[in-house]
Design a protein around this ligand. Sequence first.
Ligand code: BGC
Length: 408
Amino acid sequence: MKKTVKTSTQKLIFPEGFLWGAATAAHQVEGNNIHSDWWAWEKKGGGAEPSGIACDHFNRFKEDFALAKKLGHNAHRLSIEWSRIEPEEGQWDQKAIEHYREVLQALKAERMKVFASLFHVTVPLWFAKKGGFERKENIKYFKRFCLFVVSLYADLVDFWVTINEPHSVVSGGYLKGIWPPQKRDKSLALTVYRNLSLSHKVVYRALKSEFPQAQVGAVVNFPALHYYGNPLLEGLIPPIAKFITSHSFYLLTGDTHDFLGLNYYLLHYFRFQDLRMKITKKKLEQTILLESSDLGWPIYPQGIYEALVDLKKYRLPIYITENGVADAQDKYRTKFILDHLQWVHQAIQEGVDVRSYLHWTLMDNYEWAFGFKPRFGLIEVDYRTQKRTIRKSALVYAKICKENAISL
Ligand code: BGC
């Protein structure tokens, strides 16, 4: 039976200390990330358009954090760009090191909890030229970078994310071939996936032995996966697909997680149209009637609840590290946030240990191969002037953050 969220006029209150905020990633916001593999790829014509100065967040971070604070955020997620800290193999860039110290201090000055990712899609070009994560022997470079960065900023970061969405890295770079290194090679994809899992394990163990207090985890994307077709397979296909796309990372990395980072965006569905069974038609209709984002991603709020309940078995704190919608006109975002948060609240009521909701994203930014067109921001960016304008939905979200509750 389909689960429904209880609606009432009362407030849905979140646990004390719940973290509210937004997430970003260096290459998508900072601008001029010139030593990365992605920058080199853009130069060769990769993706819809080059990232250029992006949102110029590299220079405007204080202003942006002040806006986040004004919007009631008490947490923020960013990534520390490896290719800035180590632009050439073994050479640490002092200016970049100082820059990120200032960035992290600025967040602390705003009294925000900080999530820092160590690998969010981009790597230094020199590392990519050595074969990146295709080669097991390269893991040592990532480990060295991670140990160095944590030694620099252990006092300023609350949660370390080793890898953001290993599956997306593999799928974009090695299966679909729409991200650098733009390959389509199933066996290489498997190798990279294994090496990413191993990298997480190696880094987790190294960090925990040097910095036992550090909270270390990874971020995995858990799309909702439904199958419509042969009813006998309806219960079978989704768990298998979920295992391949998400749970397999936890199987490969075992007990090397202090917390689970969850990114949730959309519903993927599979169907066999030739099986025109009544039940299938009804379910398909329900699915097709879902609203879609500007990227055509079906908006399915219940999916965040399904993911949370599914993750409960790992008995670890769960931090929602990304959830958002491409919506240039701000038509769907308010409802999107409210609906997803109701389902998050429902999961918490059922005993799932959820501790944060970080919206993707603070401001419009560079959406990887799609370029600047998709608008995921709580804050609109005018790329000609770099002017920031707070969207209406951001104000609704701000009220939730400030009250630690949703009022229905
Ligand atoms: C990634 C972000 C990306 C977002 C929206 C997530 O998978 O971590 O970098 O912008 O999805 O596509």
